[in-house]
Design a protein around this ligand. Structure first.
Ligand SMILES: [Zn+2]
Ligand SMILES: [Zn+2]
Length: 279
């Protein structure tokens, strides 16, 4: 049984359409061991709604706290565990604010994600790739190295391959060879700090919609191999679900892919502490 460590619901995430009850029901239908809610906390970013894409953490915990179900109680009740986290959108000037947030609220799991690279979000900026992926991909990974050197109060590095979702080409998939030095620096730092690498199945599904056949759409094996070689310890699997029915998206395929690449344990976080399980 797998644990889905990345999911979003409305109204807390601006781009989610599912409710918490739909998500919990979906997790149960999919036979998950547990799910962690990780709503967007994108301070100083304004997407569709015209106001900052953050949730009020007091309200968040007031509404969701009573639904939290720790893994031990979940097993007794025969239900998936339900944990409460957040996906923090990184901008360098937010460092102190994010430290305030993570130190003042009882998150189980903090995902640190980069959606904005040098002031620009590939989700919005059509010219994001104008210099070509030979330039953009190494820069994106290098920016993540800077990010984790600046801010360490997180558990999981979210979707390292986020930018590839928006490169409109049949060659969009991010490969180790696009940025070998940058990946090495990133993985060394993660290993040193005991951070967790997320395998995000939503990116894989996006690759499929961009023309990759099933087997080719899965992540580059060289990435995971190098992560393990450099001492990377923790790996999580996240569906990044935003809509009803997307929990555990292609998890059984991804589990096989992970096993075939030498990964036999995954991790989720409870009260910010890693819990490993065999797959
Ligand atoms: Zn989202
Ligand atoms: Zn994200």
């Amino acid at each position: 049984m797998l644990f889905d460590t990345h999911s979003h619901v409305k109204p807390w995430s601006h781009d989610a359409s599912q409710t918490i009850d739909q998500l919990l029901n979906d997790a149960e239908q999919k036979g998950l061991a547990g799910i962690c809610l990780t709503d967007h906390y994108e301070k100083d970013l304004f997407y569709e709604r015209g106001y900052e894409d953050i949730f009020d953490p007091d309200e968040y915990f007031r509404h969701l706290g009573s639904k939290r179900l720790d893994p031990n109680s979940a097993v007794k009740q025969g239900k998936p565990a339900f944990l409460i986290g957040a996906e923090l959108g990184w901008l360098p000037h937010l460092r102190d604010h994010l430290i305030w947030l993570t130190s003042n609220y009882p998150f189980d799991n903090v995902i640190l994600s980069m959606h904005v690279f040098r002031g620009s979000d590939p989700y919005i900026n059509e010219n994001f790739f104008s210099e070509g992926i030979e330039v953009v991909y190494p820069e994106a990974i290098a920016d993540m190295v800077d990010m984790i050197e600046t801010f360490s109060d997180f558990d999981i590095l979210g979707h390292f391959d986020y930018v590839s979702r928006y490169y409109k080409s049949e060659n969009a998939k991010m490969l180790y060879k696009h940025a070998p030095d940058q990946f090495d620096s990133l993985f060394k730092k993660m290993a040193e700090d005991g951070k967790c690498l997320e395998i995000n199945t939503r990116t894989t599904v996006k690759m499929r919609s961009m023309g990759y056949i099933k087997s080719e759409s899965l992540p580059d094996p060289d990435i995971i191999k190098r992560y393990l070689e450099l001492g990377g310890k923790y790996i999580s699997i996240g569906s990044d679900s935003h809509h009803n029915g997307d929990a555990a998206l292609i998890f059984s395929e991804m589990k096989e892919w992970l096993q075939s690449n030498g990964v036999n344990r995954l991790t989720y976080f409870v009260e910010r502490k890693p819990v490993e399980y065999i797959i």
